[in-house]
Design a protein around this ligand. Structure first.
Ligand code: GH3
Ligand code: MG
Ligand code: MG
Ligand code: MG
Length: 444
C-alpha cells in the first residue's frame, strides 16, 4: 500500500494512476493530519508526499511518519530546487527526494525507486530467518517485529544445538541469535560452528543480540564471525534497519555469485554452439584422466571435422554454415553420453572425450554419430558429412590430452585422404614419462 499526501487533485490523480500502473494500491489523503491517522491504522510500504511552500512542516511530518512506520520508504516530491531541501529531508528520514520537473521525470524516478524496492519487498516475503532465543518475552517481542512488521518467515529455536541441526540441511537468509542461552551452548558457540559448516550456510549473515556493550565482548563476537550485532534492550527501529541491511546485502551477494557462476560457465563454453571450448575441455580433461587412472578404466578421444565445409560456406553462405555448426554441436551432445565431453576445438573441428570407452565401444559410437551427421541435413538436399579420427588408451597412467589429440589428428588426416565421411583409428603411442626415460637412457 502507498500513502499519497497531495492537496492538488490533479497531481493526486496523476500519482495514484502511476502507482496503480506500477502495481501498488494507493490511498490518497488531502492533509497531513489525515495522513498521520492513516499511518496509525495501516501498514504502508511507501509514503509519498508533496512539499509545497511549507518546507519546515514537511520535515516535521517526515520525521513523524518515520517514527510511526520505520519500515516504509518516504518519498518527497518538491518543486523547490534549493539544495538544502534534499539534505533536510534525508536528515528527517526521507528515502528519496524527487524534483517535480515534469511528468516524465517523476515517472522515471518513481519507476526506478519502486522497481528496486518492490523487488526487495517481494523477496522479503520469501526470506527465511532462523532466530535463536531462550527467553519467551524477548522472543515474543522480536518475533512480532520480524513476522508482523517485516513480513519475514521466521523459525524460532530455543537452543543453539537445535539451531545448528537445522543449519546443516535447511536454507536460510539470516540467522539472529542471542548470545546467552540458558542450559546449553551459547550463541557464540553456534556462530563458530556455523562458520565451519561445509554448506552455503557457512557464509550466512549473522546478527547477534548481546546484553553486554563492552568492547571486549563485541570484539569476541566479531572475531567469531558475526556480521552485525544489536545490544539489548533491542530497539525496534534499529533491529528493522539492521535486519533489512543484512538481508539486502545477502540478496546482492547471491546475485553476484550467480552472475559469477554464469560468467564462468560462459568462459568454458563456445558461444556459437554451446559446446565446451578448448579451455572447458582442458579443465574437464584433468578430472577425467585422473578418474580413468584411479579406476584403471579406458578413455577414448575423437577429432571430428566437417568435410568440405569451405564449399558449403561458399555454396550456401556463412550464416547457413554457422547454422550447420550449431546443429552439429547439438547432434554430438545429444548422441554422446552425459559424462562425455563435447568441445569445439575451433572452426569446424570438434573434440569428443569419451571416458570409460575402449576402442571397440568408441568405434561403434562414432560410426553411429557419423551416420547421423550424414543424415542431418539430407532432407534439405544438403550433403553434410564429417570425418572422424580417434584413439584410445586402456588405462592412462597420467593425463594424456595432448598426446591423444595429436594421435587422433593423424587418424583424421588419414580419414580425409581415404575419402572422408569415415572413422579411422590410430593407436596412441603414449608412454608413461617414467617408461620413456627408461628407454631413452641406454642401460649399461
Ligand atoms: P576438409 O574436408 O578437408 O576438412 O575441407 P574443409 O573445407 O572443411 O577444410 P578447410 O580446413 O580447408 O576449411 C574449413 C572451413 O571452415 C573454412 C572456413 O570457412 C570454415 N569455418 C571455420 N569456422 C567457421 C565458422 O565459425 N562458421 C562458418 N560458417 N564457417 C567456418
Ligand atoms: Mg538469553
Ligand atoms: Mg578443419
Ligand atoms: Mg573440414
Amino acid at each position: 500500500m502507498v500513502l499519497l499526501i497531495e492537496s492538488s487533485s490533479l497531481y493526486q490523480l496523476f500519482l495514484s494512476d502511476l502507482f496503480m500502473r506500477l502495481g501498488y494500491h494507493p490511498v490518497s489523503v488531502n492533509s497531513r493530519e489525515e495522513a498521520l491517522q492513516a499511518l496509525e491504522k495501516y501498514d504502508f510500504r511507501f509514503i509519498c508526499l508533496n512539499s509545497s511552500a511549507d518546507g519546515d512542516d514537511a520535515m516535521d511530518f517526515i520525521a513523524q511518519a518515520r517514527k510511526l512506520t520505520p519500515q516504509a520508504s518516504v518519498i518527497l516530491l518538491t518543486s523547490d530546487r534549493a539544495s538544502g531541501i534534499r539534505l533536510q529531508a534525508v536528515k528527517a528520514g526521507a528515502t528519496e527526494v524527487i524534483y517535480k520537473s515534469g511528468a516524465s521525470h517523476i515517472i522515471r524516478r518513481l519507476r526506478v525507486l519502486l522497481g528496486g524496492l518492490q523487488h526487495n519487498q517481494v523477496l522479503t516475503n520469501e526470506r527465511q530467518v532462523l532466530y535463536v532465543e531462550d527467553s519467551p518475552t524477548q522472543a515474543a517481542m522480536v518475533l512480532r517485529i520480524l513476522e508482523q512488521e517485516m513480513k519475514l518467515r521466521v523459525e524460532h529455536c530455543k537452543q543453539a544445538e537445535t539451531a545448528l541441526e537445522r543449519l546443516v540441511d535447511q536454507e536460510y537468509d539470516l540467522v539472529i541469535t542471542d548470545v546467552l542461552l540458558k542450559g546449553g551452548a551459547s550463541g557464540l558457540w553456534l556462530l563458530r560452528q556455523l562458520r565451519q559448516l561445509d554448506n552455503d550456510n557457512a557464509q550466512l549473515p549473522v546478527l547477534t543480540l548481546t546484553a553486554h556493550d563492552d568492547p571486549e565482548r563485541r570484539l569476541e563476537l566479531l572475531r567469531a564471525g558475526t556480521t552485525d550485532y544489536v545490544t539489548k534492550p533491542v530497539l525496534k527501529e534499529e533491529l528493522i534497519i539492521r535486519v533489512n541491511n543484512l538481508i539486502s546485502n545477502k540478496l546482492l551477494m547471491d546475485k553476484v555469485l550467480e552472475q559469477q557462476a554464469q560468467m564462468q560457465k560462459l568462459a568454458l563454453r563456445d558461444e556459437l554452439t554451446g559446446c565446451y571450448n578448448r579451455l572447458g575441455l582442458e579443465e574437464l580433461a584433468d578430472k577425467y584422466f585422473s578418474q580413468a587412472t584411479r579406476q584403471e578404466r579406458p578413455i577414448s578421444l575423437a577429432m571430428v571435422d566437417l568435410d568440405h565445409f569451405k564449399r558449403i560456406n561458399d555454396q550456401y553462405g556463412h550464416d547457413k554454415g554457422d547454422m550447420i555448426l550449431r546443429s552439429l554441436g547439438k547432434l554430438l551432445r545429444r548422441n554422446c553420453r552425459k559424462s562425455d565431453v563435447v568441445a569445439r576445438w575451433g572452426g569446424e573441428e570438434f573434440v569428443l572425450l569419451l571416458p570409460d570407452t575402449n576402442r571397440e565401444q568408441g568405434q561403434a559410437a562414432l560410426q553411429k554419430i557419423r551416420r547421423l551427421v550424414a543424415r542431418m541435413h539430407s532432407k534439405e538436399g544438403m550433403t553434410v558429412t564429417a570425418s572422424f579420427g580417434f584413439t584410445s588408451i586402456e588405462a592412462p597412467s597420467h593425463p594424456q590430452l595432448e598426446a591423444m589429440i595429436t594421435c587422433a589428428d593423424k587418424a583424421l588426416y588419414q580419414a580425409k585422404s581415404q575419402g572422408r565421411n569415415r572413422v579411422v583409428y590410430n593407436e596412441c603411442e603414449y608412454q608413461n614419462p617414467a617408461e620413456k626415460n627408461d628407454q631413452e637412457t641406454p642401460r649399461t
